[in-house]
Design a protein around this ligand. Structure first.
Ligand code: XIL
Length: 320
């Protein structure tokens, strides 16, 4: 009953520069995706800037390819994402729209994108990263919340539910693995929205972990409190970054510790009854977003660049 997923590379802002689109050109990569995983998440291909590049233009090509591939291989798909502060197209961010227009734009986008894949996407990250690290709503950098107020979040869930009643609808964020101000904010908001009958059905932790930050020890307890609210839970973007020594190659100790972080994250999901989806944020290291995003860090995935398996891969298998 547990889907094990990977992000599907493509469209990354920095990290893809050195490679042609892995999903269309790297057959060993495709083979790993189809043989090792039972769920796929488009890493970028369903984000606004890719799927809705102009106000009147949608580009479904890359997203369709992933959903078709998943269907052929009897895999689930996690849709990512509909309401976010990042990776929005310029026409939207700098568009000078009235609130009424913006509301219509979001409604149309959600109906169109969710409707296109209705019945084929198990989980949708409807709202991504709406809180900051202090548990405050992103009222400045999130265009939707800034221009339309927090009520737009409930509307996004309602519109997604209308477009695909069978998809499970999620809040998704990073830094919410532990019990902290940010995850508390989600806990309060989901409780309130569900009391109002808003179709919020899941809470997921991205789990972009870092060996230097330590492991979020209360991950299980945190997921469990959302499960107790009646929510699906999930791990959606797991990677474990580290700072290798000068040589660039991680030490045995780092790899062992990384393997432990991967295993403990999977254990947490296995322990929580409503956690049915566990996704790593891509592989192998050469296609990971980490080196281009976090200076000095890397080696965050479960496979080496030639697809040989790291200790982290084996520790996941041993945990299952
Ligand atoms: C990242 C992708 O991995 C990169 O390719 C892209 O350049 C930027 O976005 N949280 C999320 C993901 O919800 O969408 C982000 O993905 C990583 C952090």
């Amino acid at each position: 009953g547990l889907a094990i997923g990977s992000a599907v590379a493509g469209g990354g802002h920095h990290e893809d520069a050195q490679y042609p689109d892995p999903f269309t050109s790297d057959q060993p990569y495709r083979d790993v995706l189809s043989s090792e995983f039972s769920s796929l998440s488009p890493e970028n291909q369903m984000k606004w800037e890719y799927i809705h590049p102009q106000r009147d233009t949608y580009d479904f090509e890359a997203a369709d390819r992933i959903v078709d591939f998943a269907e052929r291989n009897v895999q689930e798909v996690r849709g990512h994402t509909l309401l976010w502060h990042s990776q929005n197209p310029d026409w939207l961010e700098n568009g000078d729209f009235t609130p009424e227009q913006l509301r219509d734009i979001l409604h149309e986008h959600i109906s169109t994108v969710v409707g296109r894949y209705a019945g084929r996407i198990e989980q949708w990250d409807v709202a991504n990263e709406i809180f900051d690290g202090n548990g405050q709503l992103r009222t400045q950098d999130n265009i939707w919340i800034r221009e339309l107020g927090p009520g737009i979040i409930a509307d996004a869930f309602r519109w997604a539910h209308e477009a695909d009643p069978s998809a499970k609808l999620f809040f998704n964020d990073y830094g919410v693995e532990a019990i902290n101000a940010k995850s508390d904010a989600y806990y309060e908001l989901t409780r309130q929205l569900r009391a109002e009958g808003v179709p919020v059905e899941g809470f997921s932790a991205q789990a972009h972990l870092n060996l230097e930050d330590g492991f979020p020890a209360d991950l299980t307890r945190n997921l469990q409190r959302f499960a107790d609210l009646g929510l699906e839970t999930a791990i959606t973007e797991l990677d474990v970054r580290l700072t290798p020594p000068e040589s660039g190659t991680p030490t045995e100790e780092q790899l062992a510790e990384q393997a432990d972080y991967y295993a403990r994250t999977l254990q947490a999901c296995l322990r929580v009854r409503t956690c049915h989806s566990f996704t790593v944020w891509g592989l192998p290291d050469k296609y990971s977003w980490v080196p281009s995003t976090f200076p000095e860090q890397g080696a965050a995935t479960i496979m080496w660049d030639d697809f040989t398996r790291k200790p982290a891969y084996h520790s996941l298998l041993d945990t299952l």
